[in-house]
Design a protein around this ligand. Structure first.
Ligand code: TMP
Ligand code: ASP
Length: 241
């Protein structure tokens, strides 16, 4: 049966499978930024995003975090549970950068007193604005779902900060998404990759994420390959131990 494409996004395609409850997410080498006003592409991006997401979802599952991850099919493809997505982007920040640095007038790199969670409305036409609970209520998103998003974001942060620290990487901030399975269970979805996180090298402060593309810094292909190496190397070592 030919694969049926359900959705084509900026950086991935989603396909139906023979199993109604399972999808394929195939990551592309394409990149966009600033809501697709800027476009690019580099070799190995799809592989890094698929493989890093797979490794991190697997690790988070071992730490008790429910995710949509089923397995990795090939370099650029993962199998996931089919979910109904909440229209929410959950951002968690440890260090001021990007839009938070602008919002609060902080210098990029300022350590935050405690992690900050932001909830954004997933709507490209509106540029994914940050909203509060009153706005989300108006849009029909339940308070308990927002509470789940915030708690999940903080829990993922607690797990991933030390995980990346061990690899010599500071987890500056990241974005996750949440969906509901057919039984009503909410879980972590989408991807966790250099597209959706800020990673800074602990020793040098070098950026190892999509900001290299957003800000035309060069070395973006190398940065993605380096992050993939650091994440999968530890996984392989862990398997030997
Ligand atoms: P920001 O500082 O631009 O708001 O980004 C915060 C984090 O969210 C950063 O790690 C990059 C990630 N992010 C996405 O995953 N998708 C987006 O569309 C944007 C704007 C940010
Ligand atoms: N992913 C978003 C876009 O396409 C924004 C970003 O990551 O900067 O434009």
């Amino acid at each position: 049966m030919p694969e049926e494409m359900l959705y084509e996004g900026k950086a991935k395609r989603v396909f139906a499978t023979d199993d109604e409850g399972v999808l394929l997410h195939r990551y592309k080498d394409d990149a966009t930024a600033f809501n697709a006003k800027k476009r690019g592409s580099w070799e190995g991006k799809g592989k890094t995003n698929a493989t890093m997401s797979a490794a991190l979802f697997e690790y988070l599952e071992t730490q008790g975090v429910p995710t949509h991850f089923v397995d990795q099919v090939d370099d650029v493809t993962i199998r996931t549970k089919k979910l109904e997505m909440l229209p929410v982007e959950v951002i968690v920040r440890n260090i001021a950068a990007g839009s938070l640095a602008r919002l609060l007038g902080f210098e990029e790199g300022r350590k935050l007193k405690a992690p900050i969670v932001e909830l954004c409305y997933k709507d490209d036409d509106l540029d994914d604005p940050m909203l509060n609970w009153y706005h989300f209520r108006e849009l029909g998103v339940a308070d308990e779902d927002l509470a789940f998003c915030e708690e999940l974001g903080l829990r993922v942060n607690e797990i991933l900060v030390p995980f990346f620290d061990e690899k010599g990487v500071i987890l500056v901030d990241f974005k996750i998404e949440v969906g509901r399975d057919k039984d009503g269970n909410l879980m972590l979805a989408d991807e966790i990759s250099p597209d959706t996180c800020r990673f800074w090298d602990k020793e040098t402060g070098e950026k190892l994420d999509k900001d290299r593309f957003r800000r035309d810094m060069g070395g973006v292909e190398e940065a993605y390959a380096e992050m993939l190496r650091r994440v999968t190397e530890i996984k392989e070592r862990g398997a030997v131990d």
